[in-house]
Design a protein around this ligand. Structure first.
Ligand code: PMM
Length: 303
């Protein structure tokens, strides 16, 4: 077997401290404890079903489970904090007790704090600390890894903010500023994870540009998480040729695994998905391919 490899090659460029470290891109399985998420709307709203679903995702190969109690679909109404706590805490507690790394997907410091007490090992904040001023100090004090996602405002008006010159440069610059804020708040640099925030104040063209130039986000020097799974830009790409209707969310998993391969090949640390089985295979194939590859494939080259 050749030992000559191309950079990226399906192995994360960076790893955050405090989470499993593997020689391939990690797989984060989504457990949405919500009545209204676009991708799996209400299927795991009951806490017992959510826990069973999380355990099934671990069996399929999930390295991390991301438990969320607030839908971020465009136009979604925020649940009160008590309701968010009621949704996520029992699920985080039970899943963390099994030993799996659990992430809490929340923009609220209070929810993050209580989820950490319940065993969460990672805070996934789609607002990158912008929605709640108490979030960065809380994470600094708790010492958990922290996902900083690119965000331009809550779901009710976010698509009106999808206006960019060069989306990749602007997202990279905005993430740099959020990293500075996180460091300033006292979060250690090796606990930070970046996410370009596909679909959050971005149209399909913005998402494709961010994916095709993911290397520029990886080049910021932090582990990168990519959340493309079942999102509407995939539905639009795969629209019915006769009716023009977007492919339904539940039929976007093959496209999602294709994105997982390409993101892994560009050095993504982790991919966040609903269908863990297909992406779990995909990231293993990508890492193995990279170990054998003597030259960088054309599709992995930096533009
Ligand atoms: N997308 C959603 C929710 N949480 N978190 C991160 N870090 N990145 C994402 O892209 C992301 C997220 C919305 O998707 P869902 O409704 O399928 O969970």
């Amino acid at each position: 077997m050749s030992t000559t490899t191309w950079s990226g090659r399906g192995v994360p460029a960076q790893h955050p401290r405090g989470l499993p470290r593997l020689d391939r891109t990690l797989v984060m399985g989504v457990v949405n404890v919500t009545p209204d998420s676009f991708s799996d709307g209400g299927r795991w709203y009951d806490p017992r079903r959510a826990v069973a679903h999380g355990l099934a995702l671990v069996d399929e190969g999930a390295d991390i489970l991301d438990v969320g109690g607030e839908s971020t679909r465009p136009g979604a109404v925020r649940p009160p904090v008590d309701e968010e706590l009621r949704r996520v805490l029992p699920v985080v507690r039970e899943l963390a007790a099994t030993g799996v790394a659990v992430s809490v997907d929340t923009m609220r410091a209070e929810v993050a704090a209580r989820a950490i007490e319940a065993g969460a090992a990672l805070v996934n904040d789609v607002s990158g600390g912008l929605a709640d001023p108490a979030m960065l100090p809380l994470v600094a004090q708790a010492g958990t890894p922290y996902v900083v996602m690119h965000w331009r405002g809550h779901s009710d008006g976010m698509q009106t903010r999808a206006v960019y010159g060069d989306v990749v440069t602007e997202v990279a610059d905005a993430l740099r500023l959020r990293v500075d804020a996180a460091l300033h708040a006292g979060i250690p640099p090796d606990r930070l994870i970046l996410d370009p925030g596909l679909g959050f104040a971005k149209d399909a063209d913005h998402n494709w540009q961010l994916l095709a130039r993911l290397r520029e986000i990886v080049a910021l020097g932090r582990p990168v998480l990519v959340g493309a799974a079942r999102k509407s830009f995939l539905g639009r790409l795969l629209a019915d040729p006769v009716t023009g209707r977007p492919r339904p969310a539940g039929l976007r998993d093959a496209a999602t695994s294709a994105v997982s391969v390409l993101a892994a090949a560009q050095g993504a640390w982790c991919v966040r998905v609903h269908d863990v089985a297909s992406t779990s295979d995909a990231v293993r194939v990508t890492a193995c391919w990279g170990r054998y590859a003597a030259t960088e494939p054309a599709w992995a080259l930096t533009p």
